[in-house]
Ligand binder design. Sequence first.
Ligand code: DHB
Length: 388
Amino acid sequence: MRTQVGIVGAGPAGLLLSHLLHLRGVESVVIDVQERESIEQTIKAGILEQGTVDLLRQTGVGDRMMRDGFVHHGINLAFEGGLHRINLTELSGGRSVMVYAQHEVLIDLIAKRLGDGGDIRFGVTDTAVDGIDTDQPTIRFTHEGRQETLECDFVIGADGSRTMCRYLIPERRDFFRQYPFAWFGILAEAPPSSDELIYAHSERGFVLVSTRSPSVQRLYFQCDPETKVDDWSDDRIWAEFSARLGPSGATVTEGPIFKKDVLQFRSFVCEPMQYGRLFLAGDAAHTVPPTGAKGLNLAVGDVHVLDRALGAFYQSKDTGLLDSYTRTALRRVWRAQWFSFWMTSMLHRFSDASDFDLRRQIAELELVTSSPTAAKTLADNYTGLPLG
Ligand code: DHB
């Protein structure tokens, strides 16, 4: 088998890149260890930045998002007995975010790729990438019992945080930060508790009130990383939300909980993001803690740069944009690292936090909700830097 761009990973980065390349006439094959159903059903975050929304719309994969997603023009910060709205649209000069779940984006991208005759191999095993320091790298894998060798010009490592591609980059530098907490996430059959998301600071720990649809709500509370979901009955979960949100006056609409999960927190960046003919994109190269929902949006930023760089290569053999990929992508990646870290540390309760630290967090939240300059910093970064 031969293609121009071999893509390891059918997540947001791999699928979107394959779609963008197709639009400019560049061929690709996408492989993934997971089956299609599992990719289409795995619950992740649900906030799309303005640039992500625009790109999906402009490239013909935004119809269902525009129909079923919800445009949000603000978020609320809850702390010290009050709810404070950040007007994202006014502060950011007209930008907003879209509440539309990541797995729905994946459903749309897979349908579009397959509808356009794209080649996606789900459920592959024994993947091995060779020859990235030559002009003809290969990806070997087993699919439906057959061993395949895919010859390509480039390999894209879009294989998520459990990546194998990252480890092919020699002389890598890994930047890493662990957090002493996690999020307990639930999906509940209930109408929205709030018109807009609530990010709540509380002495008992952080709460995020998000949404999915008029009848399904997504909520999270900060927990210990060792927390077992089975230790938390529905009643105990609702009581915890009430205890944490109570002082701000916000309430949650209760309903049957049909999904409980614990999300681990990590900040991670691998530098460089490329070696020879291998380029990493998305979680394979970097992970952010979930506060602010930057993960998918960063993957979109990476592949937007890669698409243009590969386009320039195939149009004129110009490797300039490919050579500078790491430098270009990392500017956005580190900005989002800072933003996710900032939101996380401003809103969460650290186990060793003193009363001083709590007062300092409140002062910071007061600054962000009362100073237009500080609020604008939050709004600009929450709605996302322009792509490219
Ligand atoms: C969601 C997740 C986030 O991490 C966030 O900051 C906002 C929303 C969500 O899953 O809806």
